[in-house]
Design a protein around this ligand. Structure first.
Ligand SMILES: [Zn+2]
Ligand SMILES: [Zn+2]
Length: 165
């Protein structure tokens, strides 16, 4: 399906095709929390990079490459693109997975599938969550993970009947 997205000030807009538009994976890592702001987690969905088209505001688009390891000054491969005018984060791209682009669910204007929070939503990177965030115990809850989840974004969509050809 085609997903359309934009930043809050509407200077930057884009579209991308996606087989995997369900916003099921809440990431509680420190980068997602700081970069997205305001809450305990961020949600990425996945689109096909070769179909990504910046419709307006290319000149406002900026990329941020976070340190994976601050002590070793090691950069992560993931670059997060955001609007330099209003600060909205739009999508992430990592050339290690060059086929895909990872729009933030918050940037998408096209209605996304609504999921069952009890059985379908995953909570990941709970090892680095903020102490004020209330989340399930990864040892007790099947859909909560200390680090990465037990299946790929694509596999989850297939298993949950959300994959769109
Ligand atoms: Zn903006
Ligand atoms: Zn994260």
């Amino acid at each position: 399906m085609e997903l359309k997205g934009s930043c809050h000030c509407e200077k930057v807009s884009f579209k991308v095709l996606s087989h995997t538009p369900a916003p099921f994976m809440q990431c509680y890592c420190s980068i997602c929390r700081k970069c997205q702001g305001g809450g305990g987690y961020a949600i990425n969905i996945m689109g096909q990079y070769k179909t990504l088209e910046i419709l307006t505001g290319k000149e406002y688009l900026k990329g941020y490459q976070a340190m994976k390891d601050k002590k070793k000054k090691e950069l992560g491969g993931n670059i997060r693109y955001f609007c330099s005018e209003c600060g909205s984060h739009l999508y992430a791209y990592d050339k290690q997975w060059a086929e895909w682009v990872y729009p933030f669910a918050s940037a998408i204007d096209t209605p996304l599938p609504q999921l069952d929070p009890k059985t379908q939503v995953y909570k990941i990177m709970l090892d680095s969550k903020a102490n004020w965030v209330d989340v399930p115990d990864p040892n007790k809850e099947a859909h909560a993970f200390e680090a990465y989840p037990d299946c790929s974004l694509e596999q989850w969509h297939k298993d949950n009947g959300q994959y769109i050809e």
